[in-house]
Design a protein around this ligand. Structure first.
Ligand code: ATP
Ligand code: MG
Length: 606
């Protein structure tokens, strides 16, 4: 696998923060910690582990450690791309390392298909977690042994107890915002009793759901998350890594801080919904560092606002529903906001990185307009994508004087630059195509009776066939229903683009076209937004109801030879229509398939 950007290693990132990047509150936090040397004394043993493990290591060469911790229960989406760019980007910018960690503590939902797709997505976005002594992603299930040991420690230190209340009783006794909780009758058990019970839980002597291990904190805390949260539950489920070794599993809120600490994470960035969990995060790590189990200083959690994008759903569960209910063709359907979907749609890693940069990080929830994302793709492709002509709604144009003026059957070679603005000091590649007696033009480029201001083809008007000749429209043929079957025109000899006589006849418009002789039919998938509602799932709305019935229209276009020879994933600007990508799944040489990635900002002239 290739890693196009400099490796995310301390050595490669020796440079300090890129001064060109606008600051934000996460950068300020990191810079303050670097100034104060908060983490300067940390050691790193080359792999995750407890306090003793790291103490035996060397001073950590990484100035900071961040992590991206997806649960492998679906494909990553544009919201995750934001999180990836933040975590990997900040580590890179500050001489740190970002860990990719699969948060696979929940035994039920994980799948290796998802694991592989996540690895692909992170690498495709241009990031890399390799570092000396470790080139594999981490997985939280590797820490189950430690988590269990930490739980026994908490019990022995009087910080945890086994509760045998029913789930219902626990819920009721937790209280609510206006009412303090009520202590469980099991709360005052001795550490020895709790330890024995907990070991019975582990040994499989109790039913699923019959008891839980709870942290012993404060049932009257104003923060409900501090009212003795459950930290271990009994769950007989086969885990995709640990199999049937365990019948008890740690709760996410218990597992996550421990995962961070074992990996010597310094800054644990997450989305705002975890803000209320922070006191427990800190409480737990304080207990385990004071007990000498985990290295000090512990990681700190900081929250930023999640990405909400108009017309888009960013919930793996809801995206899964679209896939399983066949509302889309799969996780990589080009209308999906998944990274695989965006990629197939024609999005580039550079465009997604630009998007993450541009939306920045804040602490308040807001909605980002979908056009911001589209703007980033346009900006990236504007200078890179080769131009080409494609006729999406073709009607044949016959040059009735071709045979007399140019010669019967003659095909005149034409060419245009593929890039209007090639990089400094380079020349644009050239596209070659031919013009003959018959060409395809867009149906909308001919009007028998032109509306006011219309500058394209109508009887008596002259236009230029882009890169070809000036032609003069003479009329059209229609079928019995009145539908236009052929547009008729005459070619004006000696006006070929790029020849000395080209400017001898002035015209007000140039239209796109493709020769009948060398044009190639192509399937073009015209995608539109998947939802009609700007906030399809806000406020518990049923997002299925706002699915756009016209989010995909397939047309047979005629494309010029340079487009027909595209390789899968090649991106083009179809002149006047927008940016298109050769579909990475279905496109074949000889059977081209293109997806509309994004339209052009400026619509075609009058
Ligand atoms: P989903 O609800 O789609 O499953 P999640 O938050 O449960 O999302 P995880 O796999 O647990 O998905 O997330 C991995 C990381 O990505 C977390 O740190 C999470 O905060 C972040 N993340 C997920 N969705 C977004 C979003 N919309 N904007 C920013 N970050 C996000
Ligand atoms: Mg989740």
């Amino acid at each position: 696998m290739s890693h196009p950007t400099p490796a995310n290693t301390p050595a490669a990132a020796a440079a300090t923060a890129d001064a060109a990047k606008p600051s934000n509150f996460l950068r300020q936090i990191i810079e303050a910690d670097l100034d104060k040397g908060t983490y300067a004394q940390r050691r790193w043993a080359g792999s995750p582990g407890d306090a003793a493990h790291h103490a035996a290591g060397t001073p950590d060469p990484a100035k900071i450690r961040t992590r991206f911790p997806p649960e492998p229960n679906g494909y990553l989406h544009i919201g995750h791309a934001k999180s990836i760019c933040i975590n990997f980007g900040l580590a890179r910018d500050y001489g740190g390392v970002c860990h990719l960690r699969f948060d696979d503590t929940n035994p039920e939902k994980e799948d290796t298909e998802y694991v592989n797709s996540i690895i692909d997505a992170v690498q495709w976005l241009g990031f890399d977690w390799s570092q000396s002594g470790n080139d594999k992603p981490y997985q939280a299930s590797d820490y189950f042994d430690f988590m269990y040991r930490a739980a026994e420690y908490l019990i022995e230190a009087g910080h945890a107890y086994v509760d045998e209340q029913t789930i219902e009783q626990i819920r009721t006794n937790r209280g609510d915002f206006s009412k303090p909780g009520v202590n469980s009758p099991y709360r005052s058990r001795t550490p020895a009793e709790n330890l024995a019970k907990f070991r019975e839980m582990k040994a499989g002597e109790h039913e699923d759901g019959s008891m839980v291990l709870r942290a012993k904190i404060d049932m009257a805390s104003p923060n409900i998350n501090m009212r003795d949260p459950a930290i271990y539950r009994i769950r007989r489920a086969t885990h995709h890594h640990t199999g049937d070794t365990w019948c008890i599993y740690p709760m996410y809120t218990y597992a996550h801080p421990i995962e961070d600490a074992l990996e010597q994470i310094t800054h644990s960035f997450c989305t705002l919904e975890f803000e209320d969990q922070r006191p427990f995060y800190d409480w737990l790590l304080e207990r385990l560092t004071e007990g000498g189990l985990l290295a000090s200083p512990p990681p700190r959690q900081y929250e930023f606002s999640r990405l909400n994008l108009t017309y888009v759903i960013t919930s793996k569960r809801k995206l899964a529903q679209l896939v399983y209910d066949h509302k889309v063709s799969g996780w990589d359907d080009p209308r999906m906001p998944t990274i695989v979907g965006l990629r197939r749609r024609g999005y580039t890693a550079a465009a997604l990185q630009m998007f993450a940069e541009r939306i920045g990080v804040t602490k308040s929830d807001s909605w980002i307009d979908y056009s911001t994302l589209e703007g980033c793709l346009r900006e990236d492709l504007e200078l890179k994508a080769h131009r080409g002509m494609a006729v999406l709604n073709p009607v044949k144009l016959v040059l009735t004087n071709w045979d007399e003026t140019m010669g019967a059957g003659h095909l005149e070679p034409c060419s245009l630059p593929a890039l209007p603005h090639p990089p400094e000091g380079t020349e644009s590649p050239v596209r070659h195509f031919t013009i003959g007696k018959e060409v395809w033009i867009e149906r909308e480029d001919f009007e028998e009776v032109p509306p006011k201001g219309y500058k394209r083809l109508f009887p008596g008007n002259k236009v230029r066939l882009k890169g070809g000749y000036v032609i003069e429209c003479t009329g059209c043929h229609k079928d019995a229903t009145g539908k236009i079957t052929e547009v008729l025109a005459t070619v004006v000899p000696d006006t070929k683009s790029g020849t000395p006589g080209a400017d001898s006849v002035k015209v007000k418009a140039a239209i796109t076209w493709v020769g009948v002789a060398d044009g190639v039919p192509a399937e073009v998938r015209m995608y539109d937004r998947l939802f009609l509602d700007a906030q399809p799932d806000a406020g518990g709305k049923d997002f299925i109801e706002s699915l756009n019935p016209n989010s995909l229209k397939v047309v047979t276009a005629i494309v010029e030879p340079s487009l027909a020879n595209a390789k899968p994933d090649d991106k083009f600007q179809f002149e006047r229509h927008g940016y298109f990508v050769a579909d990475r799944v279905d496109h074949k040489v000889g059977k081209p398939v293109f997806n509309l990635a994004v339209g052009l900002k400026d619509s075609w002239g009058k």
